[in-house]
Design a protein around this ligand. Structure first.
Ligand code: GAR
Length: 225
């Protein structure tokens, strides 16, 4: 497919960008038929920017510390994103609380991944909180972004067992492997018009998804297109 016919993807990051790397790889090998038009980081010098540059993807820094307010940063960010005319905006470890205006501007085409089984553990330290609570399973959730922090409707979740010896870091590493599968898959569903946000709920193939989203299984990767 010619580049100009492919849907346009913008990925926002704040750090390592391992989820970004999954998008880079799947766009490059055609698993995800999308054009990754830019990566934007609110932190300068992070590894995710290097990953973008290495892949030949425009890597943009908009340093939030250079703005007087959250509102001013979000306006600058939104204008930059709008100029890129994305079909989908991916938050991939983008560690900023977004203003209502920003979310409203992109709602319906704004996805996030959160390292917990939402609605459990919005916010930070999700893995330690799962361990401290004695949870038998932990995981990650892709969800549509709405103004409520980590509160938008879940789309797809991956679950893994919590082993007695798991530390927060060990759990995070195991969950990241799952994140790299579920996030591009959810983006694929969206870009192929299968996934939509409608009246505050997530719909896949016309069916309203459960409150916790769909549970990931490897068979879903085979039924991708
Ligand atoms: C991922 O685990 C992602 O789920 C999490 O940050 C990590 C980013 O890793 N996101 C959040 O906590 C958002 N609330 P990455 O930079 O290697 O993709």
């Amino acid at each position: 497919m010619p580049e100009q016919d492919k849907p346009r993807l913008v990925v926002l990051i704040s750090g390592s960008g391992s989820n970004l790397q999954a998008f880079i790889d799947q766009c490059a090998d055609g698993t995800l038929p999308a054009d990754l038009v830019a990566v934007i980081s609110n932190r300068p010098g992070v590894k995710g920017l290097e990953r973008a540059e290495h892949a030949g993807v425009p890597a943009i820094t908009i340093d939030h510390k250079e703005f007087d307010s959250r509102e001013a940063f979000d306006i600058a960010l939104a204008e930059r994103i709008d100029a890129l005319q994305p079909d989908l905006v991916i938050l991939a470890g983008f560690m900023r609380i977004l203003t209502q205006d920003f979310v409203s501007r992109f709602m319906g085409k704004l996805l996030n991944i959160h390292p917990s089984l939402l609605p459990k553990y919005p916010g930070l330290n999700t893995h330690q909180r799962a361990i401290d609570a004695g949870d038998a399973v932990a995981g990650a959730t892709v969800h549509f972004v709405t103004p409520e922090l980590d509160g938008g409707p879940p789309v797809l979740r991956a679950e893994i067992p919590v082993e007695p010896e798991d530390t927060a870091d060990a759990l995070a590493a195991k969950i990241l492997v799952q994140e790299h599968k579920i996030y591009p898959l959810a983006a694929h569903w969206f870009l192929s018009q299968r996934l939509k946000l409608q009246d505050g709920s997530a719909y896949l193939d016309g069916d309203r998804l459960a409150e916790s989203g769909k549970l990931f299984a490897d068979t879903l990767l085979e039924q991708r297109s």
